[in-house]
Write a protein of this length. Structure first.
Length: 89
């Protein structure tokens, strides 16, 4: 059995050293994405995985018969002002 692995993340902080609203919203979206994928039978291998200066939001195994390794970029928007999340990737 594989255990999910949480990787370190550099937090962009506001003036008081707390994560910014944008970071908190992004973290919340990632938690929701992990919960949704888990309910669908996906195996979550890692979240917030740092590779050099890049970050993989979620690394997971597809529950299908081939069990493919999938890299997932989580996008969230609070308004439609800048298009859909899909358009921002």
């Amino acid at each position: 059995m594989l255990t999910p692995w949480r990787c370190g993340r550099t937090t962009v902080s506001g003036a008081a050293g707390r994560p910014t609203l944008r970071r908190r919203n992004g973290d919340r979206a990632e938690v929701l994405a992990v919960a949704h994928l888990s309910e669908l039978g996906w195996t979550i291998l890692a979240t917030g995985l740092r590779i050099g200066r890049d970050e993989v939001d979620i690394l997971a195994l597809d529950p299908g018969p081939r069990g493919e390794l999938v890299v997932i970029e989580v996008r969230s928007h609070t308004t439609g002002r800048f298009g859909t999340p899909e358009e921002s990737v």
